[in-house]
Design a protein around this ligand. Structure first.
Ligand code: NAD
Ligand code: MN
Length: 520
């Protein structure tokens, strides 16, 4: 589908398809039309999400103290703004401001000034704001999904059916907690204060929701920085905050790259740092905040094991494997990137996986039939390609059965897996953050557990087996924040998420997710 630099998409083609596909009994109707065409009256289909026109400005400033402002540095200077591109077309979508220390300072001051009133507001009133935000997100869901897909490269069916609904659900969930904190903690807890929140590009709006919703419910004020490749949905959220009348300064959004993130982390006016991103940057932030009074939570990377026992329902397990590693192009911190298959079924799993990969559609993320979209950036694609080469150099066998024809522009990686992988191989140890799976075998339950835990990470794990007792035994022994059983990559705002070991500390979601944002 053609998309111009404004990101406005032509509607005709996709809408026609949507009509037929969306029809509950498309076949019967088609057959009926040859004899007696009966036009339906009073039933109109809503436009398909991918045909929603999204207005995008020529450039964006920061959102500080309730207003969009020009960056502090001179507008004319070259580095005051930088482009954000559509990774599926390499077209520039728009330009956003590169936040300087003085921009960050203005945002922190606005958050500080807003804190006394916001935290003194009756909790039930804070909850109402969160409910309004959640409802407005639902109302603008299609626009947000399109924008998310344009800016990040993720398939529209994922941004439409997973990201944006989860964003609304997260605000609804924490709206409900706002006036029940006394019940959780025995008395009304004080907020931590001004929170500096830095997030990654793989789930741009969802990560913003995970950071903002619990912080606001507990009466904190925030300075949020979206990732440099995906700033647009956070800026659209800023518009929603204006629409619902959130008091100025309660949420401030500063765009920019790692330097802007560092300015937030190092600012003396920040009481708490919440970071989601790579383990490398997480370690830097842990050092930068050590010895200060700043509270810190880190949600970092992973190399999660996905264990298939020989008594599992193999067809379902293969679907789970696909969901585990190819969802969002594998750019998922909890991706099931280490596949451990019991020896007796490894040939069958491999064959079925190859078949399934051949049928995955790779390409235009705005096409609702696309399974695997574009890699988020050139830089990330280079990283993935380095690992693909390294894996082969180390002696593993690369299998990439996809038959999709890739678009000529954009950043693409076909979903693939490595066979003959040894646990010592780099591709089995390091996070690739792409649609690349490492296939390994095991013989006994003990071997599965020890191989699964043989990693510096500990974010998530998956188990496939027919036996409930095995699920309980293995799950207990896995060092992972989340263990999925006979499913994978299921998210719910009520369920806490977070890591062991080098995957970070702190939990987001659930009643646990409140803890980092209250002072007891
Ligand atoms: P990244 O660490 O490079 O960047 C994350 C954010 O930190 C970006 O906004 C970036 O601008 C900012 N940043 C970069 N350098 C900084 C510095 N020195 N100080 C402060 N901020 C800085 O990570 P990424 O490549 O954007 O994201 C991918 C990583 O995030 C993966 O490793 C993935 O596992 C992890 N991740 C973890 C979770 C989780 O919940 N555990 C969720 C999503 C992604
Ligand atoms: Mn982008």
């Amino acid at each position: 589908m053609p998309s111009d630099t404004n990101g406005v998409h032509s509607a005709s083609e996709s809408q026609t398809t949507a009509h037929t596909n969306g029809h509950p009994d498309a076949k019967t109707t088609a057959a009926a039309t040859t004899t007696a065409p009966k036009p339906r009256t009073g039933i109109a289909y809503a436009p398909a999400p991918e045909s929603v026109k999204v207005e995008i400005a020529d450039h964006y400033g920061h959102f500080i103290d309730g207003r969009f402002i020009e960056p502090k540095s001179s507008r004319k200077s070259d580095d005051a703004y930088f482009p954000t591109i559509n990774p599926a077309t390499e077209a520039v979508i728009t330009r956003v401001a590169q936040g300087t220390e003085s921009d960050v300072d203005a945002a922190v001051k606005a958050a500080r000034a807003a804190l006394p009133k916001w935290s003194a507001l009756p909790a039930v009133e804070r909850g109402k704001y969160l409910f309004r935000i959640a409802r407005r997100i639902q109302e603008r869901a299609r626009e947000l999904a399109v924008l998310e897909t344009l800016d990040s490269g993720k398939p529209i069916k994922e941004s439409r059916d997973i990201d944006v609904p989860l964003v609304a659900a997260h605000f609804f969930y924490y709206a409900g907690w706002a006036d029940k904190l006394e019940w959780v903690y025995g008395r009304q807890p004080a907020p931590v204060g001004v929170c500096g929140q830095v997030i990654p590009w793989n789930f741009p709006l969802l990560m913003a929701a995970w950071k903002l919703a619990p912080a606001l419910a507990c009466g904190n004020t925030c300075v949020l920085k979206p990732a440099e490749t995906t700033p647009l949905t956070a800026l659209r959220l800023a518009e929603i905050l204006q629409e619902v009348g959130l008091p100025p300064g309660v949420v401030n959004i500063v765009t920019g790259d790692g330097r802007t993130g560092a300015a937030i982390v190092n600012h003396a006016g920040i009481d708490k740092v919440a970071f989601t991103g790579s383990t490398d940057v997480g370690k830097k932030i842990a050092k930068a905040t050590a010895g200060s009074s700043k509270k810190l939570t880190l949600e970092l990377g992973g190399k999660s094991p996905h264990i298939i026992f020989d008594d599992a329902a193999i067809d379902q397990a293969v679907e789970g494997i696909v969901q585990g590693i190819y969802f969002n192009q594998g750019e998922v911190c909890c991706a099931g990137s280490r596949l451990l298959v019991q020896e007796g079924v490894i040939a069958e799993v491999r064959k079925k996986l190859e078949l399934r990969l051949a049928s995955l559609r790779v390409g235009d993320p705005m096409d609702k039939n696309t399974d695997v979209g574009a890699i988020n950036s050139k830089q990330q694609l280079d990283t993935i390609n380095r690992y693909l080469q390294l894996g082969q150099d180390e002696g593993a066998e690369l299998c990439s059965p996809s038959t999709s024809t890739l678009p000529s522009k954009g950043y693409w990686c076909k979903p693939c897996f490595f066979a003959n992988v040894q646990p010592s191989h780099t591709i089995a140890r390091e996070e690739i953050f792409g649609p690349v799976l490492s296939l390994m075998s095991f013989r006994t339950v003990e071997e599965a557990i020890s191989k699964a835990n043989n990693t510096p990470y500990g974010l998530a794990a998956g188990i496939w087996t027919d036996k409930g007792s095995k699920v309980l035994e293995v799950a207990k022994k896995l060092q992972a924040g989340v263990v999925w059983c006979n499913t994978y990559n299921k998210f719910d705002p009520a369920s806490p998420f977070g890591g062991f070991k080098e995957s970070g500390f702190g939990r987001e979601g659930g009643v646990h997710g409140l803890r980092a944002y209250v002072q007891l």
